[in-house]
Design a protein. Structure first.
Length: 223
């Protein structure tokens, strides 16, 4: 699927791409409603109703990803609550081997995520991905999510990369389409970002796990 000899730069999403999205889905759809109900003395059902409505209303915006926004809006420290379920944070299969192969092959590796910096720090502390990354880039730096062209324009000013020789991997279809519109030549989606929820992508090239593209990378390394 990937001609690694034509790739210099690899941009990787975090949640649902390098890390199992189950942690985030569990937190926002199960753990937060429970704790929100406890803290504000309301029923679990009412807490779920309020939170889910709010979450879906701002989906895809920068605030949707912003822990500061949610802490202020909900009147609770969301960052601290996220630490309560940090035991669920884990890399997706073959992630560390893939990252090691990229570095062995001399590729520039950027984490390009919508995650809030406080959330990134929690996840980096629980995983082994950070040493493989040349830079960590959060959309909060540019005040625009990856779903918007403004993010990609800002990224283009921030780092030097050739769109024709860049591979971008993400689990979000909207983000992938925006990257293509911006000019990124090589994209890959992730079929099942949450290990507990089945999903198959039909509209973009996609993989289940990184071992599906490891053989080509390893062959390129030997040349």
């Amino acid at each position: 699927m990937i001609n690694w000899n034509s790739i210099d730069t690899v941009m990787l999403d975090m949640d649902g791409t390098l890390l199992d999205l189950h942690y985030d889905n569990h937190f926002w759809l199960t753990h937060l409603p429970k704790r929100y109900a406890d803290i504000h003395n309301m029923s679990r059902k009412e807490a779920e109703r309020q939170l889910h409505k709010h979450i879906y209303e701002i989906e895809g915006t920068l605030n949707w990803y912003c822990l500061d926004y949610w802490s202020e809006s909900l009147g609770i420290d969301v960052t601290e609550l996220k630490k309560e379920t940090k035991h669920k944070i884990q890399e997706r299969p073959h992630v560390n081997d893939f990252l090691q192969a990229l570095k062995n092959n001399g590729k520039l590796v950027y984490l390009v995520t919508n995650a809030h910096p406080a959330g990134i720090n929690i996840k980096l502390a629980e995983t082994n991905i950070e040493p493989f990354l040349d830079e960590i880039i959060s959309s909060h730096q540019f005040q625009a999510p990856k779903e918007q062209h403004r993010f990609w324009q800002a990224l283009d000013q921030h780092i030097d990369f050739n769109k024709e020789r860049t591979l971008f991997i993400d689990d979000n279809i909207t983000v992938l389409n925006t990257a293509v519109e911006f000019g990124i030549k090589n994209i890959l989606g992730i079929h099942q970002p949450d290990s507990q929820r089945e999903r198959v992508l039909d509209d973009v090239p996609a993989i289940h796990h990184f071992d599906e593209i490891m053989t080509g990378l390893q062959q390129a390394e030997k040349k």
